[in-house]
Design a binder for this molecule. Structure first.
Ligand SMILES: Nc1nc2c(ncn2[C@@H]2O[C@H](COP(=O)(O)OP(=O)(O)OP(=O)(O)O)[C@@H](O)[C@H]2O)c(=O)[nH]1
Ligand SMILES: [Mg+2]
Ligand SMILES: [Zn+2]
Length: 376
């Protein structure tokens, strides 16, 4: 899945105006900001030791390639990523400890959640979307863009990250039967919260306020053009770039190009993200178990423990499809996502093993070199 925009490139350092706009957009109001307003929680506080006394606590508010926009108690700072190398790969929403004067990164605090996917295209890599998120707004619109199978992917992502998902169906004003769509989506998972709305109308978007209060962090995910940035603005984010979708296929134009945290009217923070072209799952096994719990319950009744639910005799899943209890689409979606996640998880595992081996090889070469230099 690629997130790019040919006409609006992601910010680069040369694009000074873009950074200045970023500082204005993300800066907490001077003097009345504190860590709680930035989403600080006891679970982070507990990670601090006496040795951290002089460190500055900062939250990553935007990732701009070569630079990070970091929010602290007193304001917003732009840091080159070379300064935070010791913290490892960072996501928007991460909490960091920085040295007071040099602002050099000391370490990243353990995350309470991480939304991640397999990176776009052929690359075998995990891409970090947002960290330390309390709620994920999965945004889709009431038009041809809506796909139950795609929503199942996003739900697996949320459940694997142990983040509470809410499906937001935008463009209800352009649809004759939004309630029908809402019912279809609600049926994907017991107790799933689904809201339909005109994302441009702050009054309608108000139903989401409960998840946007002070101390809370929400993230928006969904395809390009579904109205993520529009929704963000209706919740209180400053003016963001939005663009009309294409008329012929209802696809968006990849207007948002970087992940940003915005402050909301209700006091919480929201991560707006670039639209996703495709969402490949990896390391989402627990999420799939959660999303397809109905299939798993049925599978327990199959005659064979390793039933593939295709053509085996006494398959309870196939029986449920025949009786109309389980839609055939749901089994197909489950089998597809299960195979995809297993394939990607295996590739990522092999990659981790490979880089560990390379690390060990490098260490042994360096140790031999040091011994030689000492004349041992
Ligand atoms: N009628 C109507 N239009 C909407 C609604 N939500 C968004 N739009 C329009 O849809 C277009 C795309 O909205 P954006 O907010 O840019 O979509 P996005 O999801 O942020 O797109 P990317 O940044 O490309 O990922 C804009 O023209 C919006 O005004 C809605 O609920 N109703
Ligand atoms: Mg956008
Ligand atoms: Zn079966």
């Amino acid at each position: 899945m690629r997130e790019e925009n040919s006409s609006r490139r992601a910010c680069s350092l040369s694009n000074k105006a873009c950074f200045e706009q970023a500082l204005v957009q993300s800066a907490p109001p001077a003097n009345d900001s504190n860590l709680r307003q930035l989403g600080w929680k006891p679970a982070f506080e507990q990670q601090l030791t006496t040795g951290d006394a002089g460190a500055l606590v900062a939250r990553v508010g935007a990732h701009l390639g070569s630079h990070l926009l970091c929010m602290t108690e007193t304001g917003t700072t732009l840091l080159p990523t070379s300064l935070t190398a010791a913290c490892g790969e960072l996501a928007v929403g991460d909490w960091l400890l920085l040295e007071q004067d040099s602002l050099r990164g000391i370490r990243r605090l353990e995350r309470n959640s991480l939304i991640a996917r397999k990176a776009a295209g052929e690359r075998v890599k995990t891409q970090l979307i947002a960290a330390n998120i309390d709620t994920l707004f999965i945004v889709s619109s009431c038009n041809q863009e809506l796909s139950l199978s795609r929503l199942e992917r996003y739900l697996a992502l949320a459940f694997a990250a142990e983040v509470h998902p809410i499906v937001v169906l935008t463009k209800a004003d352009l649809c004759d039967s939004p309630d029908q769509l809402r019912q279809q989506v609600t049926s994907l998972k017991r107790d799933l919260l689904v809201e339909t709305m005109d994302a441009r109308d702050p009054a309608q978007v108000g139903v989401l306020t409960n998840w946007c209060r002070e101390g809370q962090t929400v993230a928006l995910v969904g395809s390009s053009g579904v109205g993520k940035s529009t929704l963000a603005m209706s919740l209180g984010a400053p003016a963001l770039a939005v663009q009309d979708i294409r008329q012929d296929d209802a696809k968006g134009r990849h207007t948002t190009t970087a992940r940003w945290i915005h402050r909301l009217h209700a006091g919480g923070l929201l991560v707006d993200t670039p639209g996703m072209r495709e969402l490949q799952l990896a390391e989402c096994e627990s999420g799939l178990t959660e999303v397809f719990d109905d299939v798993f319950v049925l599978a327990e009744q199959c005659r064979f423990r390793d039933c593939s639910h295709q053509s085996e005799p006494d398959c309870a899943v196939q029986a449920a499809i025949q009786s109309g209890e389980l839609p055939a689409r749901r089994l197909n979606s489950f089998l597809k996502l299960q195979a995809e996640q297993a394939r990607n998880a295996k590739l990522l595992h092999e990659l981790h093993q490979e880089s560990r081996k390379q690390g060990q090889f490098f260490k042994s070469v360096m140790s031999a070199k040091r011994k030689r230099m000492r004349g041992e």
